[in-house]
Write a protein that binds this ligand. Structure first.
Ligand code: ADP
Length: 539
C-alpha cells in the first residue's frame, strides 16, 4: 500500500522561501570586508538571490555546473549560496588558506565555471587564473567603485545583480540533485570533493535544529564564526533561516577582540566555531575583563574541545558548551554533547568530565564502532575501534571517485572512538594519529587536552615517535604562553597521576609554533616529519 501524501521536494530554495515569507524581517547583520556593518533581512536576501539566479541563467550557467566562492561570512556570500542553488547550479566553497597550487588543483577537479570572491582575494585569483581550464568569469563581492585595477576582466557583484531580475522562478531541480560542494581540507591526504544534495542539506538542517542538537529558534541570534568554506559552514546557512533565527556574520575578523565585540553589540545568543577561536576569545575576555551577557550556547567542534574551555564558558560566563563532532563528509554534524535525561542530574564536575566526550547521535545519524575484522565492538565506554556512520546527510562517494561505503552501507570515518552505555561517543584519535605502544593504543587527544590544562601551556600536540622496544612512544610538543616558563619535568609531574603510567609521554619539547592546517587543526603529518629522527631519552 502506498502512502497518500504529497511529494514535497526537499530543496534548499524552500528554506529561503520560508524564511522570507514567515521571518522576512529577521536581520542578517554582517561585518563587511570593506569595514562597516551591513544590515539586511531574509526577505531582501531572497530578492537578491533571485536576481542572482536569473543573471546566472542569462550567463549560460546550466543545472549541475559548479560555481566557486572564495569569501568570508557576509550577507553577500549567503546570497551567493541561494542564488547559485536557485539557478540549479552547485555552490563550491574554496578555502583561501590553502596553498595556491592546491586551490588550482581543486578548482580544476571541480571544473568551476565562475568564481565569486571577496576583494581581498583578487591578487590570489589573478595568480590562479592561468592555471584554470574551465573558468569563465570572476565576480568580486563589492560595489563598482571598489573594484581594484586588475589584469583580469573583473565584474562588480552589485553591477552583476543589477542586471538580474527578481521576478524570476527558481530553476526546477530534483531533491537528489547536487546543491553544494566542499573539499575535505586534506589533513590526512589529498583533498576530495564532497557533493551535498538539496535533500541532504535540508535533512541535515532538520537534524541540526533539534532541541538535543543545536536547539535553534526564531528567538536566536546566530553567529557562525566557522567560515562557510569550512565543512559546509556546519550547515548554518540553512539551519538558521529554516527557523528564522537572525544571522550575525563576522566577515574577515575572527580574532578574540573582534568576536567579543560582535557577540556583545549584536546580542548574539548562539555561536559555533573550532576550539582555537574560543581559546582566543577567552583570553581576550580575561585580559579585558568583559563578559558575554546574551550568549547562551556555543557549539565547539572540528577538533577536541579542551576541558579548560568548557569550564571557563560554563562556570565563568554562564554559557552552555555543546561539544560536537563532525566531518565534511557528514554535512558535517555527527554527534553533539547535550545532557540526556539520564545525565542531566549528574554533579557539575561529572558533567564537565562527560562534556569531554563528543556526544550522542541525533536522529538521522547511526553509528557504531568496529574492530579490525569489521565486527561491532561493545558500547562499554572503554573499548575503542573505528567509528562507522550511516545517515541521509552522509556521503556515499567523493566527486570523481567510486562508492566508498562498506558492503553494509557504512561510511568509515577514519576516526577511532569508544561509545558508552548512555550513547556518548568519545573520539580518541584519528586512525592515522593514534600512538601504538607495545600493541596497545594511546590517545594523543587525551594527552593534549590534559597538557593544555597546565596554566603555562598555550598549545600542545602529542605524536608517536619510533621506539626500539615499544614500537612507538608519545612525545609531547608544547608552545608556552607568552612570558610563562615551565620545564619538561614540571609538565611531566603535572600529567603524572592523571593518565595511566604507560601513557605518560617519554619526553617534552618546546617549540615557538605548532603547524596548523587551513582549518586551524594541528598538522600532525608535518610534526611527525619534523620529529622523525627524534631520539627519546630512554630509547
Ligand atoms: P579534515 O578531515 O580535512 O580535517 P574536516 O573538517 O572534515 O576536515 O575534519 C573532520 C575530522 O576532524 C574528524 O574526522 C575528526 O578527526 C576531527 N574532529 C572533528 N570534530 C572533532 C571533535 N569534537 N573532537 C575531536 N576530533 C574532531
Amino acid at each position: 500500500m502506498q502512502g497518500l501524501m504529497q511529494d514535497w521536494p526537499l530543496l534548499c530554495t524552500k528554506v529561503i522561501d520560508h524564511a522570507a515569507e514567515h521571518h522576512g524581517r529577521r536581520e542578517v547583520v554582517s561585518r563587511s570586508v570593506e569595514g562597516p556593518m551591513h544590515r539586511t533581512t531574509y526577505a531582501e536576501v531572497r530578492r537578491r538571490a533571485l536576481r542572482l539566479a536569473s543573471r546566472l541563467v542569462r550567463d549560460g550557467i546550466t543545472p549541475g555546473e559548479r560555481i566557486a566562492t572564495m569569501a568570508w561570512n557576509t550577507w553577500r556570500h549567503l546570497e551567493c549560496w541561494y542564488g547559485i542553488v536557485g539557478a540549479g547550479a552547485v555552490y563550491h566553497t574554496l578555502n583561501p588558506r590553502l596553498f595556491p597550487d592546491q586551490i588550482a588543483w581543486i578548482m580544476n577537479d571541480a571544473d568551476d565555471r565562475m568564481i565569486f570572491a571577496d576583494l581581498t582575494f583578487v591578487p590570489l585569483i589573478e595568480a590562479l587564473v592561468p592555471k584554470l581550464s574551465g573558468l569563465r568569469r570572476v565576480v568580486v563581492l563589492c560595489e563598482r567603485e571598489n573594484l581594484p585595477d586588475s589584469t583580469l576582466d573583473l565584474v562588480a557583484y552589485e553591477d552583476y545583480l543589477a542586471e538580474g531580475d527578481e521576478d524570476f522562478s527558481w530553476v526546477a531541480v530534483a531533491e537528489g540533485d547536487a546543491a553544494g560542494m566542499c573539499y575535505t581540507s586534506g589533513t590526512t591526504g589529498m583533498p576530495k570533493g564532497v557533493v551535498y544534495s538539496h535533500r541532504s542539506n535540508v535533512l541535515h538542517s532538520l537534524i541540526a535544529i533539534q532541541p538535543d542538537a543545536m536547539n535553534l529558534s526564531s528567538r536566536d541570534r546566530v553567529m557562525p564564526v566557522v567560515p562557510l568554506f569550512h565543512a559546509n559552514g556546519w550547515g548554518i546557512a540553512f539551519s538558521a533561516p529554516m527557523v528564522g533565527a537572525s544571522l550575525v556574520m563576522p566577515g574577515p575578523k575572527l580574532d578574540g577582540a573582534s568576536i567579543g565585540t560582535l557577540l556583545r553589540e549584536e546580542r548574539v545568543t548562539f555561536s559555533a566555531a573550532v576550539p582555537t577561536i574560543w581559546l582566543a576569545l577567552l583570553q581576550h575576555l580575561e585580559a579585558s575583563g568583559s563578559d558575554l551577557p546574551d550568549l547562551r550556547r556555543v557549539v565547539i567542534g572540528g577538533a577536541a574541545c579542551p576541558r579548560v574551555v568548557t569550564e571557563a564558558f560554563e562556570t565563568r560566563y554562564g554559557v552552555e558548551v555543546v561539544h560536537a563532532w563532525g566531518m565534511t563528509e557528514l554535512s558535517p554534524l555527527g554527534t553533539l554533547n547535550v545532557m540526556s535525561a539520564d545525565t542531566a542530574d549528574l554533579s557539575r564536575n561529572d558533567q564537565l568530565a562527560l562534556k569531554q566526550k563528543q556526544g550522542r547521535a541525533p536522529f538521522g545519524v547511526e553509528m557504531r564502532i568496529v574492530g579490525d575484522d569489521g565486527a561491532e565492538l561493545p558500547r562499554d565506554g572503554r573499548t575503542f575501534g573505528r567509528l562507522m556512520v550511516k545517515g541521509p546527510a552522509i556521503a556515499t562517494a567523493y566527486h570523481g571517485h567510486g562508492d566508498v561505503l562498506d558492503k553494509d552501507g557504512w561510511f568509515d570515518t577514519g576516526d577511532v572512538a569508544h561509545i558508552d552505555p548512555d550513547g556518548f561517543m568519545q573520539i580518541t584519535d584519528r586512525a592515522k594519529d593514534v600512538i601504538k605502544s607495545g600493541g596497545e593504543w594511546i590517545s594523543s587527544i587525551d594527552l593534549e587536552n590534559l597538557a593544555v590544562g597546565h596554566p603555562a601551556v598555550a598549545e600542545a600536540a602529542v605524536i608517536g615517535v619510533a621506539h626500539d622496544r615499544w614500537g612507538e612512544r608519545p612525545l609531547l610538543v608544547v608552545v608556552r604562553k607568552p612570558s610563562c616558563d615551565v620545564s619538561r619535568d614540571e609538565l611531566l609531574r603535572f600529567l603524572d597521576g592523571r593518565v595511566a603510567r604507560w601513557w605518560m609521554p617519554d619526553d617534552v619539547v618546546f617549540v615557538d609554533e605548532i603547524p596548523h592546517t587551513a582549518t586551524g587543526k594541528i598538522q600532525k603529518t608535518t610534526l611527525r616529519d619534523r620529529f622523525r629522527d627524534y631520539r627519546l631519552p630512554a630509547a
